[in-house]
Design a protein around this ligand. Structure first.
Ligand code: HAM
Length: 424
């Protein structure tokens, strides 16, 4: 076998390494926490599923399914696909395990992890992307739509993010969408469109409204909009969602031209957009998908959820010059001089960790100067300094890194002293 001198991660697949990985974890956990506050339980799913699940669930004509899936045959020739999104897999698991029949509705689920789309990599667009998502299944209540949206909004704000806006619209339901689709198609096919766009208008007319080319934008400027053709019930539903958002204090703008990249959406549909991210400005999106469960072989239950892009949220925070992570690697750093002191310090580190205090030590006998440099770099609030003479006196030096003040504390009391000082 030939030896390769170096390996790199696959193109468009990010690594999360320190110190930046702390930011990634803080963002992901902050978003999950917002969902926990509303009673969403954790669901952990496989990263690959039968290909047909996504084809049926997400829609054959979407870019995600037709162009971006990582699909492979296993050793038996069965086709599997790395999950491009989370909703179809959640529905599959709910149906398979009968979760919709065993407890109270809505069934509320939250997930986090990697998803895979074979897109052209660029800033904020990866082939392996990370999402935090939630799904609320089994109740079609506008207040639940508002809750889902408010969780995303609160999650972003809990991280300190505020330069984003929520765009929202209604894509109607089975009583008004087919008629609207026909109306839009008729309008589009009457336009002087190029061959490919015409074909798109035939397969999935809504996608044409998402065309970014100025000439197409101009042609479709007066296209009929779903929001003007909603059934009475879809219209009332949408108005109630907006009313609940007002009551929750969640700001939004109605964007009737919004088109989502997945086919399962009905009624409420939304996107969170951050203006400082350039072309890849969508930091999260979601909506209602009332036909999906039945489409995948389950009972006809409604659902609503979102997927937030953790990578893009990290980028958005950086663009706002903010940070969600505590830059310190540990709270306490231990420096020991001499063999006996070293042995005591190693044991003390164990005691401190047992008391819930995070500790790192100077390893490798670097001498006082090198060890104090390590203490600075660690970001620790306190440095412990222990020499053989302190050991004989049963005391230890506790240095507060912020002020530089150092005092001697009885060795037997140092765990309690630090725990109190750190508020652990
Ligand atoms: P989505 O809009 O396709 O929705 O993805 C959600 C978020 O994932 C996007 O807003 C974006 O922040 C992030 N994202 C998507 N593709 C990439 C990429 N290539 N690189 C970096 N970030 C990316 C869904 O996936 C739906 N399952 C959301 C949902 C849940 N709807 C209802 N329930």
């Amino acid at each position: 076998m030939t030896k390769t001198s170096s390996f790199t991660a696959p193109k468009g697949v990010p690594d999360y390494v320190p110190p930046g990985s702390a930011e990634f974890v803080a963002v992901r956990d902050g978003l999950i926490h917002a969902a926990r506050l509303a009673g969403y339980g954790h669901i952990e799913l496989p990263v690959f599923e039968q290909t047909a699940l996504f084809a049926r669930g997400v829609g054959e004509s979407t870019d995600v399914v037709s162009k971006e899936m990582w699909t492979f045959a296993d050793r038996n020739g069965e086709s599997f696909t790395l999950r491009p999104e989370g909703t179809a897999g959640v529905m599959r698991a709910v149906i398979q395990h009968g979760l919709d029949k065993s407890g109270q509705l809505p069934l509320k689920l939250c997930y986090a992890g990697p998803f895979f789309r074979y897109e052209r990599p660029q800033a904020g667009r990866y082939r392996q992307l990370q999402q935090v998502g939630i799904e609320a299944i089994g109740v079609d209540d506008p207040a639940l739509d508002a809750e889902v949206i408010a969780i995303a909004d609160a999650g972003f704000r809990s991280l300190g993010l505020d330069g984003f806006r929520l765009e929202i619209t209604s894509l109607g339901d089975e009583t008004c969408r087919p008629q609207y689709r026909e109306l839009l198609q008729e309008f589009l096919l009457g336009l002087p469109l190029d061959e490919e766009t015409r074909r798109r208008a035939e397969i999935n007319p809504l996608r044409v409204l998402d065309d970014k080319r100025p000439e197409v934008r101009e042609l479709t400027a007066n296209a009929p909009l779903m929001i003007d053709h909603l059934s009475e019930s879809a219209k009332t539903h949408f108005e109630q969602v907006l009313g609940h958002l007002d009551a929750l204090g969640v700001p939004y703008v109605v964007n009737p031209r919004m088109v989502r990249g997945l086919d399962y959406y009905t009624k409420t549909t939304f996107e969170f957009v951050h203006d400082q991210l350039g072309a890849q400005s969508g930091i999260g999106g979601g909506g209602r998908y009332d036909g999906l469960m039945a489409e995948l072989g389950g009972q006809p239950l409604s659902g609503i959820g979102f997927g937030i892009g953790v990578d893009r949220t990290v980028l958005a925070l950086a663009a706002e010059g903010k940070t969600a992570a505590d830059p310190a690697r540990c709270q306490v750093y231990g420096v020991a001089l001499g063999d006996a002191a070293k042995a005591r310090m190693v044991a003390l580190a164990g005691e401190l960790r047992g008391a819930g205090v995070s500790v790192d030590l100077a390893y490798g006998g670097r001498g006082m100067k090198g060890a104090m440099k390590g203490a600075d770099r660690s970001g620790a609030k306190y440095t412990l300094v222990l020499g053989d003479r302190d050991l004989a006196d049963h005391t230890i030096g506790v240095k507060e890194m912020g002020t530089g003040d150092q005092r001697q504390v009885p060795l037997g009391e140092v765990v309690g002293v630090l725990r109190d000082a750190l508020g652990n």
